[in-house]
Design a protein around this ligand. Structure first.
Ligand code: SF4
Length: 662
């Protein structure tokens, strides 16, 4: 934390004021319905901030219209909970999680300069130490930060919330968000949100007794928080920088850093880039050059144009940085990876959001680590994973030992954002006459055919396609990289279905038994063989099946290739919902040990579908090859509309029918 900034000092630009001031204001509270609307509005504002949802404007307007007029009251501040007192004593922000979305508690503000990814990783590390039932119950995550991060910093934390299963992570609306909305041309939304700012913060009862409202209160002391490096192979393996070099050596991870990449939708804000550029400038001033390949992927043309105008791109260029296209790019393996031997163990570090095996460059031997853009930049300069920028020196071109100073950043461009062509192409005002014409021989585009509706009977005689062992992320289910060129062609991209998943029975990837021939072959080809024979199939999975990107293809491909049910120990919830949307059965073992009952040659029935209803389990019949049978109870989380999706063969079919009716 900045020494000059006292932790409880209000940011003079922040009308929400400091902790004392905030809690002394009358914070409205009351009926659940109003509470719901308040939360919708908060969610909308946050979504605009991160650029994910376009309907924030209407949602806020709707919220405003429905809110009751508040009586003008003022009360004295209730005493803070001892845990929150640490904020007043200067211990920094408090992060809290709850499993009930609407029990929200965004917080007051104090200024600090720490990078959001540090907080994110520390938070995740603490969360991953929570008991499994706490995490599994986190059907929605609420992050409550008592501090004043930039709007884009909050966006980083919210974006990464998905990594621990959060549907949603929310911060209080504050002046930083207002300023960001205004700086990005959304003055109207900012004005609406400013007008109801009193609603966009927690009830005072929440501040007074957070334990009453939250499942877990996690304190993060910014004064002690170190930068983190995460990985390899998963973003939730978090190492504080002081322990990282030791971990690299102990695990024999390749010490030499080959590529450092900054960017991503989330970690390439103007602030992120300015912090990285400040390190790049230091490298220039201290006669250092990057030792690793260094790439910069701006998250949008607006950011790229602005950082070019403000000279940052030139600074990166001077230390050997290469600017890639504004896109997801290396985050999903779309870049030119230079390597002499693709099977050689090697290390890269990125500020991209995820780093599952093969995700960033398609190579199983690549050890990909994740860190904040500034830490990635520092590693690019050092070229070694055992470098600790907080205490280690580097030898410069003159042979002198030099250290990097703490980076500095600017939240919003002092001369404003600018862009010449943001690349947005508006859709036709009336799309009814628009015809989509696709060349029949195209390998990259294909018109989607509607999936078939449920046949109205229990599913019988399904074949086990694969029993996946261990981690099976959406990257294992539908790999990125070179496959992405087929994103518009469902049949072609389906040739990557589950090719990264490990078959429980032979511990191999992309090698499963075809029960029709007895031979082992690739997963997609085996699924196609069943489909051609008019036989449905079942995928069985382990814990947290489908974690990672909310990749829709990971649900569409099995649907397309005839998989009828995915039965797992537990789901990553976004993927579970994606499966439901595609009309699939997404089911969990009521008894997790029943995973062990599934055998390689099983034919499987799913029964109870005629009575498919919320909260009512289904049954899986395992017909073993020796003629014996076992019954397994399967739970599900379908609500009524989601059951309609299953019956209709997918959510799109339901929408299409509704449109036709109207
Ligand atoms: S692939 Fe996803 S996480 Fe990565 S940059 Fe693109 S949108 Fe962001």
């Amino acid at each position: 934390m900045n020494e000059e900034m006292k932790p409880n000092e209000a940011d003079s630009n922040d009308p929400l004021g400091n902790t004392d001031e905030l809690i002394s204001q009358e914070i409205p509270h009351g009926v659940d319905r109003r509470s719901f609307l308040i939360r919708s509005a908060v969610g909308g504002a946050a979504a605009v901030m991160t650029g994910n949802i376009i309907s924030a404007h209407e949602r806020i307007e709707k919220a405003v219209a429905t809110l009751p007029v508040l009586p003008q009251q003022s009360t004295s501040a209730p005493p803070l909970d001892p845990k929150l007192n640490v904020v007043q004593k200067g211990k920094g922000p408090v992060l809290t999680t709850v499993d009930e979305f609407y029990k929200v508690g965004p917080g007051p503000s104090s200024s600090h300069t720490i990078g959001p990814m540090r907080i994110t990783y520390d938070f995740y590390q603490r969360c991953t130490k929570l008991p499994a039932d706490k995490l599994n119950r986190a059907t929605a995550l609420q992050v409550n930060l008592f501090g004043s991060l930039s709007a884009t910093g909050k966006g980083t934390i919210c974006n990464m919330g998905a990594e621990i299963g959060a549907t949603c992570s929310i911060f209080a609306y504050d002046e930083k968000m207002s300023a960001y909305l205004k700086a990005t041309g959304r003055e109207e939304v900012a004005a609406l949100a400013d007008g109801i700012r009193d609603y966009l913060r927690p009830d005072k009862e929440v501040y007074a007794n957070p334990e009453k409202y939250y499942d877990q209160v996690i304190e993060i002391d910014l004064d002690e928080l170190e930068p983190y490096v995460n990985g390899p192979f998963t973003p939730d393996l978090a190492w504080p920088i002081s322990k990282f070099a030791e971990a690299v050596k102990a695990n024999s991870w390749p010490e030499r850093l080959e590529v450092a990449l900054i960017g991503s939708c989330t970690n390439s804000s103007y602030e992120d880039i300015s912090r990285s550029a400040s390190l790049a400038q230091q490298a220039i001033d201290k006669n250092l050059k990057t030792k690793a390949e260094f790439t910069i992927t701006p998250g949008s043309e607006q950011v790229r144009h602005t950082i070019e105008k403000d000279g940052f791109l030139k600074t990166f260029d001077k230390i050997g940085g290469i600017v890639l296209a504004n896109a997801c790019g290396p985050c999903i393996g779309q870049w030119a990876r230079h390597i002499d031997d693709p099977n050689r163990k090697n290390s890269i570090i990125t500020s991209f959001n995820r780093n599952f095996a093969k995700r960033n460059d398609g190579l199983a031997a690549t050890h990909a680590f994740v860190a904040s853009p500034e830490i990635v930049t520092a590693f690019a300069i050092a070229g070694s994973l055992t470098f600790n920028p907080l205490k280690d020196t580097l030898k410069n071109e003159k042979g002198e030992d030099v250290m990097l100073d703490e980076p500095t950043g600017v939240e919003l461009p002092p001369k404003g954002f600018s862009v010449e062509d943001a690349g947005y192409q508006a859709p036709a005002k009336d799309g009814r006459g628009v015809q989509v014409v696709v060349k029949p021989e195209s390998q990259r585009l294909e018109l989607l055919a509607p999936f078939a509706a449920w046949e109205g009977v229990d599913l019988k005689g399904l074949k086990l396609l694969i029993k996946a062992k261990g981690k099976c992320t959406t990257d294992h289910i539908s790999m990125a990289g070179p496959w992405l060129k087929f994103r518009g062609h469902l049949d072609n991209i389906s040739n990557n279905m589950l090719i990264g998943a490990v078959n429980f029975f032979n511990e191999k990837t992309d090698s499963v038994k075809n029960q029709l021939t007895g031979e082992y072959g690739p997963v997609p080809a085996t699924a196609r063989a069943y489909k051609a024979a008019g036989i449905g199939s079942v995928v069985v999975g382990d814990e947290n099946y489908g974690e990672g990107s909310s990749r829709e293809h990971a649900a569409m491909e099995p649907r397309h290739l005839g998989v009828r049910a995915i039965v797992v120990r537990s789901f990553a919830r976004i993927h579970e919902t994606n499966l439901k949307k595609q009309g699939m059965l997404a089911l969990t073992f009521a008894n997790k040990e029943d995973y062990d009952k599934v055998k390689e040659d099983d034919s499987i029935d799913i029964t109870g579908l005629k009575a498919f209803a919320p909260g009512l389990p289904l049954t899986m019949v395992l017909n073993h090859a020796d003629g014996s049978k076992e019954l397994v109870t399967l739970n599900h989380t379908y609500n009524e509309p989601q059951i309609e999706w299953f019956i209709a063969g997918g959510a799109l079919n339901v929408i299409r029918a509704a449109v036709a009716k109207n």
